[in-house]
Design a binder for this molecule. Structure first.
Ligand SMILES: NC(=O)C1=CN([C@@H]2O[C@H](COP(=O)(O)OP(=O)(O)OC[C@H]3O[C@@H](n4cnc5c(N)ncnc54)[C@H](OP(=O)(O)O)[C@@H]3O)[C@@H](O)[C@H]2O)C=CC1
Ligand SMILES: O=C1O[C@H](COP(=O)(O)O)[C@@H](O)[C@H](O)[C@H]1O
Length: 484
């Protein structure tokens, strides 16, 4: 299968924070891939901006080095890289200052789609939005893209929304959650709403429970300062895992438009029932003689921040009453593996004489990364003359095998940036959605803080704390092995 390239309008893209890690590692390499694929209009302008006092030539050098570092050699022929670099220029602006803005205004074309990508600390979002507006740089058609974290709690998220909405309409604001740009995550919608096979079973009559796992093998070394202020709940659950839960639990939207999809997602978040502290397990990876490692990584020996969290959630509506959703995510686990397992109930009546030992039951497993694909666990007769004995087998489909590696290799950022240029907000979070997710998360965080709770230790390279296994066992269930 060959990737189809959807043409986009001529655009001027301004990247604030263009010298930073995200811009060098993801945004500009992503744009290079789109250029290589022929999706970038010949006159597209990419304007980098940051506090560093460099010129356009210096910026091109920086990005040439980033392309060299983050894109495999066979995908970056020198001639193509140099053609791409011709699209780049740089304007030196301190977001808190007043210089450089008129130079930026002078570079932008009236007829091009004008997009401002704020790849900077959220504390600068308000200042940049205000200056873009006051200097007549942003027009009514401009788009503004903002990075995570979108707030630390409900109050700060509301303040960010207010700052942005003072100068831009909601239809102009693109709040990034890079999980929504992942190919398999979008496939969840196709799987549910483009097949008649699953929808009749997609409810608590047939589904016993759902497991959502986002396991990482890396720790937090190098990002300790940020991470220790956040923890797994704020860093991963409030945004990425919440989005996965919404896509699994939402009602079918009436149309595939950004607001129809986002309306349904908000309803899921609002239907979440309060979570008891007993249904939350928070862990911290620790090892060695002094039981350190997380403490070392964040340089805080008294830290109470969780690097692992598991929760049992209930979606209080007709479809899901009685079907728990188990979520877990953590750092320094045994593998990098993310998946959603939808585990079905047993048939109501067993006609077979031999009980199957260790039966796990039917399950639909959607692998998000790595080796994206779908597995359907089914029960069959054990082959051979042993009579009617049952066993379980996996019907397994890897997207790369079925569709080709090249289609699966597109990075989330590539797709999301092009969606912004095309004016499609479907894969971006709406303001009320982010606020609803914080309104859900805040009381949970407050509850463990009020209880002075310390995370339980777990071994680096393990599957997480024992207590998380117990969370499942209490309901007579078990987690799927990480990276199975
Ligand atoms: N890095 C990542 O993997 C991810 C990052 N993010 C988010 O993306 C954003 C950027 O992160 P990241 O690239 O890692 O951060 P970096 O610290 O690497 O880069 C920050 C950028 O902001 C610029 N900057 C800082 N202060 C000012 C200012 N006063 N005026 C203008 N520019 C300024 C810096 O410019 P200069 O260097 O010239 O001072 C630099 O280009 C953050 O919101 C982060 O949370 C989200 C997901 C992943
Ligand atoms: O947003 C974040 O995501 C990454 C995990 O992203 P993935 O695409 O590699 O699964 C996580 O490591 C980081 O802590 C978090 O801020």
């Amino acid at each position: 299968m060959v990737a189809r390239v959807i043409p986009v309008e001529p655009f001027d893209l301004v990247i604030f924070g263009a010298t930073g890690d995200l811009a060098r590692r993801k945004i500009l390499p992503g744009l290079f891939h789109r250029f290589r694929a022929g999706q970038m209009p010949p006159d597209a302008k990419i304007i980098g901006s940051a506090r560093s006092d460099i010129d356009s030539a210096g910026f091109r050098e920086l990005i040439a080095a980033a392309i060299g570092e983050f894109i495999p050699e066979e995908l970056r022929p020198a001639e193509l890289v140099s053609e791409f670099l011709n699209h780049l220029s740089y304007v030196h602006i301190d977001a808190m200052g007043e210089t450089g803005w008129s130079e930026l205004r002078g570079i932008l074309r009236p007829e091009a789609v004008r997009t401002f990508y704020l790849s900077v600390s959220p504390s600068l979002f308000g200042a940049i939005a205000e200056r873009l507006s006051h200097n007549d740089i942003a027009t009514l058609e401009s788009r503004i893209v903002v990075e995570k974290p979108f707030g630390h709690d409900l109050t700060s998220a509301q303040a960010l929304n207010k700052d942005l909405l003072r100068h831009f309409d909601e239809q102009q604001i693109y709040r990034i959650d890079h999980y929504l740009g992942k190919e398999t995550v979008q496939n969840l919608m196709a799987l549910r709403f483009a097949n008649s096979l699953f929808e009749p079973l997609w409810n608590s009559t047939h589904i016993d429970h759902v497991q959502i796992t986002v396991a990482e093998s890396i720790g937090v070394a190098g990002r300790g300062g940020y991470y220790d202020q956040s923890g797994a709940m704020r860093d991963m659950v409030q945004n990425h895992l919440m989005q996965l839960l919404c896509l699994i639990a939402m009602e079918p939207p009436s149309k595939f438009t950004s607001n129809s999809v986002r309306d349904e997602k908000v309803k899921v978040i609002e239907a979440l029932e309060p979570v008891a502290l007993d249904d939350i397990v928070r862990g911290q990876y620790r090892s060695g003689r002094d039981n350190q490692s997380y403490f070392d990584d964040v340089e805080n020996a008294n830290s109470r921040t969780e690097s692992y969290i598991a929760l049992k959630l209930a979606v209080g509506n007709w479809r899901w009453a009685g079907t728990p959703f188990y979520l877990r995510t953590g750092k320094q686990l045994r593998d990098r593996a993310s998946e959603i397992a939808v585990v079905f109930k047993d048939p109501p009546h067993n006609i077979f004489p031999n009980k199957m030992e260790g039966r796990k039951g039917n399950a639909l497993i959607i692998r998000l990364q790595p080796d994206e694909g779908i597995t359907l666990r089914t029960t069959i007769k054990e082959p051979g003359p042993g009579g009617m004995r049952l066993t379980e087998v996996d019907m397994d489909m890897s997207f790369a095998d079925a569709l080709g590696d090249s289609l699966m290799s597109q990075d989330a950022y590539e797709r999301l940036i092009m969606d912004v240029i095309r004016g499609d907000q479907t894969l971006f979070m709406r303001g009320d959605e982010v606020e609803a997710a914080w309104a859900w998360a805040d009381p949970l965080i407050a509850a463990w803080e009020d209880a002075n709770q310390r995370p339980v230790p777990y071994d680096p390279g393990s599957s997480g704390p024992e207590e998380a296994l117990m969370l499942m066992h209490r309901g007579g269930r078990r987690w799927r092995p990480i990276g199975d």
